[in-house]
Design a protein around this ligand. Sequence first.
Ligand code: ZN
Length: 169
Amino acid sequence: MSIEPEKLAIVLYPDPVLRQVTKPVEHVTPEIQCICRRMLELMHQAPGVGLAAPQVGLLLRLFVANASGEPEQDMVFINPVITADGKVTEDLDEGCLSLPDITASIRRPQAVTIEATDINGERFRVSSDDLPARIWQHEYDHLDGILIIDKMSPIDKIANRKVIKELEA
Ligand code: ZN
């Protein structure tokens, strides 16, 4: 793998890389750490609250997130495993840095626990029933090539039809 992290940029739908399933990260190498730092930088610049590797053209099982925007809240999730806590779901509006100008109400579990490896190669586990839970699930979907346009309601599909067509053109 030879990646120049400073050249990474956010890719937009319908780039086919957004539809592919990512591969687990074998080792948290200095290169992986550079990629993570660059992704955090791109996320803050956008600005956004999360960014997954396919969104910078990389088929790696990792994403970054920060619900508050405060630098000390930056989090890296490598090889994440996510599980719903309980059966409560809720509908919330989501956007996506790869789908500019699209907002869709998506139903997801309200509370989740996520286990992942951090930027230092340490395995950790966190839970949330708030915005972070929503972000983690959205970014996790990206690792399997799933986008919010796949999960939105028929009404949102109609509402966003023009913008989606423009992106596809
Ligand atoms: Zn997204």
